[in-house]
Design a protein around this ligand. Structure first.
Ligand code: ATP
Length: 329
């Protein structure tokens, strides 16, 4: 490791994308409570940027950007869902990522100041926390010249959360196990989605609990990656993709949040090819034919009162360094 002090001027900024699930197949819970998944991830052009510098203790700051820029203006109902807050202390998954990286290398007595520029909806089913964890792993690895092998980063990522390995990888990938076993998939498309954020987050564990209550878990088969969807991706066929999108958590999320049905209805009225819940929700995804279509669907959603609708391309790369400010001289 290079010599680093609290006065080291170096700062590294790493960008990490949000994820969506084009397919989210959920199996019966295992004895440890985790649900086996077969999922198709896609990284979309909505990003958190994580900047790190060496400091004498762990600290986290969050700056809300883009559509999240003024969280107090959301008018969110306080009586349902989870709070739209990101913990600033040791509970922040970025700090857990930093500590895990140091433990992996057996390094003590070093810490970092972490600033998260957050554009990914919080508790929105788009793996914003996982993106921050993945970005922090790579940012600190570069800051401290640790040269952690990719396989070790992926293994560390999997200990932090099921979606963290995919945040490292990006693109389009299959996820099995709890979603942490990722393999890149052939994807010939240049896809456009409209992401419709929601002012009130949904708790992922609560959605899974509702899934268990609503399913006959004894009859659930082992989830598998759907060949028709993989074929649509490999051919870049947007209409076939629209036909084969699926999310087993959509019905439980809608049971918890019936108000989301109106977003789906507005999405179809706006001309989306298909509407899909993002992960465990509450963000809703509208599949569009191309960039022009995405622009017109976004405008229609804004007109229908969904001010948080934003058009994003996919697939995009996983975590990547966007700036590296070395010491001067
Ligand atoms: P999940 O990964 O559980 O599917 P999600 O994608 O819906 O979650 P996240 O934005 O990752 O949502 O937030 C999940 C919870 O994790 C939040 O309620 C928040 O309290 C906590 N959290 C911890 N660290 C972070 C972080 N850096 N960014 C966002 N949330 C964080």
């Amino acid at each position: 490791m290079s010599e680093a002090t609290t006065h080291d001027a170096r700062r590294v900024t790493v960008r990490a994308p949000a994820k969506i699930n084009l397919h989210l197949g959920v199996g019966a819970p295992r004895p440890d409570g985790f649900h086996p998944l077969a999922t198709v991830y896609q990284a979309v052009g909505l990003y958190d940027d994580v900047t790190v510098s060496t400091w004498d203790e762990w600290s986290v700051q969050v700056r809300y950007e883009g559509l999240l820029a003024d969280p107090s203006a959301t008018g969110r109902p306080a009586d349902r869902g989870v709070e739209h807050t990101v913990p600033l202390g040791e509970d922040n998954i970025a700090v857990r990522a930093g500590r895990a990286l140091l433990a992996h290398h057996g390094i003590v007595d070093v810490a970092a100041a972490i600033t998260i520029h957050k554009s990914i909806p919080v508790a929105g089913g788009m793996a914003g926390g996982s993106a921050d964890a993945a970005a922090t792993l790579v940012a600190l690895d570069r800051l401290w010249d640790l040269d952690t092998p990719d396989d070790d980063l992926l293994a560390l990522a999997a200990t932090l959360g099921s979606d963290v390995p995919f945040s490292l990888l990006g693109g389009t990938a299959g996820g099995t196990g709890r979603g942490e076993l990722v393999e890149p998939l052939a994807d010939a498309g240049s896809w456009w989605w409209v992401v419709v954020g929601n002012d009130t987050g949904l708790s992922t564990p609560e959605v899974y609990r509702t899934f268990d209550e609503m399913s006959d878990v004894t009859s659930l088969s082992e989830p598998e990656l759907p060949p028709e969807l993989l074929d649509a991706l490999a051919r870049g066929d947007v209409h076939a993709l629209a036909e084969h999108l699926a999310n087993d958590l959509q019905d439980p999320a809608l049971a918890l949040r019936p108000d989301l049905q109106a977003t789906f209805d507005d999405g179809y009225d706006a001309g989306a090819l298909e509407c899909l819940l993002s992960g465990s929700g509450p963000s809703v995804l509208l599949l569009c034919a191309d960039a022009d279509h995405a622009r017109s669907v976004t405008a229609a959603m804004h007109e229908a009162g969904h001010g948080r609708a934003v058009a994003v391309p996919a697939p995009v790369s996983g975590v990547h360094v966007v700036s590296y400010d070395g010491p001067v001289g």
